[in-house]
Ligand binder design. Sequence first.
Ligand code: KG4
Ligand code: ZN
Length: 334
Amino acid sequence: MNILAIETSCDETACAVVQDGRTVLSSVIASQADEHKIYGGVVPEIASRRHAEQIVQTTGLTLEQAGLSLPDMDAIAVTYAPGLIGALLVGVNFAKGLSLALGKPLIPVHHIRGHIAACYIAHPQLTPPFLCLVVSGGHSHIIEVLDYTAFKVVGKTCDDAAGEAFDKAARVLGLPYPGGVEMDKLASTAVPGKYRLPNPKVENRPFDLSFSGLKTAVVNLAHNAAQKGESLDKAALAADFSDRVSDMLSSRLFAAAEQLSYKNIACAGGVSANSQLRSRLQADAKAAGAQLYLPPLDLCVDNAAMIGAQAFYEYSAGNVGDSSLNAYASMDIG
Ligand code: KG4
Ligand code: ZN
């Protein structure tokens, strides 16, 4: 089954053709990051406009790279929640138009379900049930993937998402948007050990996460240094910040895995591209005798291949939409 998938939830106009949920025939991402850079973050109005301008061309290029045309598609999939509402609406309306014109089913896909499905593309042997850490710009969740379309959230952030924390800390350090990847690059050049940021804690909720205290610690260090006229070792600070975030994420994930008896563990979402987090997860998986499934870097960040992958399983479960489909800025994964 060939699925044409569209993803426009944030600042990437993405399109992919995915066969039977696991084989990516083509995947194109038109990023707007350079345009948002000068504002230090995504400007929703600009994002919507660029999606509207780029979606036809991106879809054409995707089909061309797959060596296929629209009539070869068996269904149209689209991210319909959660995300920037104006941005989502561009993709949803475009997908509805294609579905109606071609007379092919429309498959609505939850963005976070899509991130999890990135692991299926990278690891053909991976099947539910497994435990997945999803860490992106807007979400930080520990999720039991009970089946392809059945999920149970067992832990979540009490404040910022992990990606949001990376981006805010990066901004304090004067790094360009998107900050997470810049923090990662800078941390890799550090001589670590100069700073010791606090370990965030969440009382009585062993699998929940918190990042706002860490962010505040970085803000305070930067202000104190500025007031004293001292220079900040930004690389060492970025490395310690990444280390604290990785520690919180991985320790909570593996505590949940132990309690719930999972030996198959996955991690997905933009922050799963972070090199310190990946190393920490690998070390903790080895210590726990667990199998770790990480997507390659290009499938960690937003893309449409992951949406096409999840769409196959949504379709198999009978989850199809029609011309009344709407977009939603927020929606639980369940
Ligand atoms: O999944 P994603 O592409 O979009 C959302 O669904 O939010 O995640 C974007 C987030 C951003 O906050 C970005 O800074 C972060 O993922 N990110 C990283 C890295 N690459 C992307 N954070 C830390 N290290 C990275 N290498
Ligand atoms: Zn995402």
